[in-house]
Design a protein around this ligand. Structure first.
Ligand SMILES: Cc1cc2nc3c(=O)[nH]c(=O)nc-3n(C[C@H](O)[C@H](O)[C@H](O)COP(=O)(O)O)c2cc1C
Length: 380
């Protein structure tokens, strides 16, 4: 199957699985430990059902929504994912271009493999930078300054990474903890000549962090050991706020009291997220946290959610429960691995089409119709 034939996100995942060497597919697809949270993210959406309104004139529909006060073609952000250069050559640029074409923001990871400046240059859209605060804070500050100079709109500070989650699939392939790929992983790479010829010929690197570290320092070791400063706390967030005058989101919040603290520290919004089930296994889902957080801080700041969005209907469910929008993690990356920029475009088009149908079928003309009364729990 080709990415053009994919009729849903799962099809793109199947193509990605075939095209990628095992260690890359497992890195993208996998979660921490028993993958309870990874599965729970999908289950959470599956358990919610719609109570549709009928006989509404839905002949004209508008899929757009305000994200951080700016209109977006869809209530969707292409969320931050690291190591995209392993799925496709210059993967971050392909994601940024496809997001810009689809009229949605692109959030670039700290551990991206394209330069901040190149993404800004090649894609005309809205750019956000996801930040990990390294123990060596100057490195993070330098990245933030570069994002400011490149006209990025928003910084997304990720807070759920005080240490790395235990991603056992990556331990088995040797990608983690120290990027020492096993013999079986290396042999499997040889079985993917197209990937070897297009991706591996120019070894993808953490170019943004590397530039700040300067020559003579091993960027892989640095990223591996300094992912996030485990001592970073609420007062630091308030200070971080002063570094970046534009929009600031805190990503990795799962509790209403933490959302309140984030608001007190001056953020413009929170992303309810368990990092796609890749960090704390058995963490609740962002979706599960949504009602309480919306009650606590909704209306004061933006509330976004991610984890397990694979259908346009999932976007509608999240909005009905109070989210302003959703971040996509794996869905666009499956598209990327399946067909580069065109594959990402395919993923976004599939989700837009499903979201449009869901609006019509639930009796909504636009996102303002997505209200909590539309949602029921699954039952007989
Ligand atoms: C391959 C991959 C890499 C990721 N890298 C990052 C990252 O660098 N920074 C970050 O804040 N979140 C990262 N995440 C988490 C996503 O931003 C997002 O929270 C999560 O993937 C959402 O779940 P979903 O994949 O089910 O949509 C990553 C997720 C994946 C799948």
């Amino acid at each position: 199957m080709d990415y053009r034939d994919a009729i849903n996100i799962d099809d793109l995942r199947a193509i990605a699985r075939r095209r990628l060497p095992r260690f890359v597919f497992d890195y993208v697809d996998g979660g921490a430990e028993d993958e309870l949270t990874l599965a729970g993210n999908r289950d959470g959406f599956a358990r919610l059902r719609f109570r549709p309104r009928t006989l509404v004139d839905v002949s004209a529909r508008d899929l757009s929504a305000l994200l951080l006060g700016v209109r977006s073609a869809l209530p969707v952000v292409v969320g931050p994912t690291g190591l995209n250069g392993l799925s496709w050559r210059d993967g971050d640029m392909a994601l940024a271009r496809a997001a810009a074409d689809a009229g949605v923001p692109f959030a670039m990871s700290t551990v991206s493999m394209s330069l901040i400046e190149d993404v800004a240059r090649v894609a005309p859209g809205r750019h956000w930078l996801q930040a990990y605060v390294f123990s060596e804070r100057a490195i993070t500050e330098a990245l933030i300054h570069r994002a400011r100079d490149a006209d990025f709109e928003c910084v997304v500070l990720t807070s759920d990474f005080p240490v790395a989650g235990k991603r056992e699939r990556d331990w088995r392939t040797g990608l983690l903890p120290a990027q020492r790929l096993t013999l079986a992983t290396r042999l499997d790479m040889l079985l993917h000549p197209r990937w070897l010829a297009t991706v591996a010929t120019r070894r993808p690197r953490f170019v943004n962090v590397e530039r700040e570290l300067g020559p003579g320092r091993d960027v892989n070791a640095f990223v591996g050991h300094n992912m996030f400063d485990p001592a970073f706390r609420w007062d630091d967030l308030a200070r971080f706020r002063d570094l970046w005058p534009r929009k600031l989101l805190l990503k990795g919040v799962l509790r209403a009291d933490d959302a309140e603290r984030a608001v007190a520290a001056g953020v413009d919004g929170v992303v309810l997220s368990n990092h796609g089930g890749r960090q704390l296994d058995a963490a609740i889902s962002g979706l599960a946290a949504l009602p309480a957080v919306t009650r606590a801080v909704g209306g004061r700041v933006s509330v976004l959610v991610d984890g397990g969005v694979r259908r346009g209907g999932d976007i509608a469910k999240a909005l009905a429960l109070g989210a302003e929008g959703v971040l996509l993690g794996r869905a666009p990356v499956y598209g990327l691995a399946a067909g580069g920029q065109a594959g990402v475009a395919r993923a976004l088009a599939i989700l837009a089409d499903e979201f449009d149908r869901t609006l019509a079928l639930t009796g909504c003309r636009d996102v303002s119709g997505l209200t909590p009364d539309l949602i029921a729990s699954a039952g007989p």
